[in-house]
Design a protein around this ligand. Sequence first.
Ligand code: XMP
Length: 504
Amino acid sequence: MERLWVIDFGSQYSLLIVRRARELGVYAELIPWPQVGPELPSYVKGVIFSGSHASVSTGPALPTAWVGQRPILAICYSAQWLAAHNGGLVQESHAREFGPAELEVLWPTSPLWQGLPLHSRVWMSHSDTITHLPPNAIPTARTRTIPIAAYEVPSEQLYAVQFHPEVTHTEIGTRLLQNFLQGICGFSGSWKPEDQIPTLLEELRRQMPSDRAVGALSGGIDSTVAAILAYRAIGERFQGIFVDTGLLRQGETEEVLNAYEAVGLPVQLVDARHLFYTALEGITDPEAKRQIIGRLFIQVFEETAQRLGSVRYLVQGTIYPDVVESGTEVAARIKSHHNVGGLPDRLGLTLVEPLRLLFKDEVRAIGRALGLPEGFLQRHPFPGPGLAVRILGSITPARVERLRQADAIFLETLHRHGWYNRTWQAFAVLLPLRSVGVGGDQRLYGEVIALRAVQSTDGMTATPVALPPELLEEAAQRILAEVPDVSRVVYDISTKPPATIEWE
Ligand code: XMP
């Protein structure tokens, strides 16, 4: 399959370049710079060199042998490095450019700039700057402080910009990338995530030629799509396992099992509610709760897999940002992701991750093509430890039930007002305190429910959603009227950071 290579020299925006290309219908891959060799495979139709936090005098070298072989777009650091190593000059800038700048196009007939406005706002992030170009290069754009904001070497199909076309603050960014990908590289722009299904199935068959495979299903999109693909690839040799921890939301087990049934996925339900409740009795410390849940989950999964016999593979729904964030050679490790961490080693299983090169919305598109219901595809994220991290204080079946009811009322209210799909994540939390109220004619000394609804793109940062007051009041009134032993409802307006999305 023809593709774009994005070579990552360590810029914070490298993954965003891949994202933009795929949005433009071009299959792109992020390649960390230490992995590139002198050869450029024939399926690579074009290359983008990313920016970097490094300076050209000390930073990584670019594969210069590629220049002239395929069209190249060099961004920031890469534009400077190529200029500096081909007879130009790069100096520390007197006017450090960071943030927005006004760009003026000097050569509007160039294939990169065709059809773009002569003046627009772009996003800069660099302190070095190109002061002299190599002899064969032509300046194509400038800003008020940077005379060479872009250049090109037409005979070599080399295009270079000192701003970031991949960030949304650059007004012409998408159109410039489109000019490069379609006009210059000749990509058709017709790639769709679901086009990959046959290739993904083929790859899975190759990876799992014999023996059995299991998948730990969480009810989330990623684990479900990975499992459906595995089942389509190897048939009855795949078995999904869904553990009911007793910490799922109201009606969730049935809802999730129905979705699995709708797509014909074989899933074994393991009822471990009693086991989890017993182990969590009297435990109030958040970390202790998480550890107990993690340990029990592994235990249940291990016992189930052993009962099945001759299991050799574990299919997991790791997606592209997880892979990148879990640490490439050039990007620092941000967080470690495997929800069922420790399982493969402990069980001696080979890990199979069919979605490791896909973004979340691409996984959703594949899930849709595989027949998953729309309601399932739009579900909010839900944490692995389940309601345990939303029940502050001790976990008892009665408190789980209380939270479930309140949570279901809140989500129902969001659906009815058309806000569920407009929030990234929303839920109720049961607090470890009581407050005074009146129920009927009686004094009520009940528990407190906090409601939380946040906007986010990846869960790393979040802002509270300004829900309409009438929606919040309706949810609160119903919770107070319908959920026994709750005397107060509050709304959480904390941003992340410093708060986290979950309360524990
Ligand atoms: P926090 O609370 O860290 O949550 O701001 C960020 C996002 O991650 C989810 N979350 C988890 N997901 N296992 C998971 O699979 C976990 O242990 C876990 N803890 C938090 C949380 O729901 C939010 O979407």
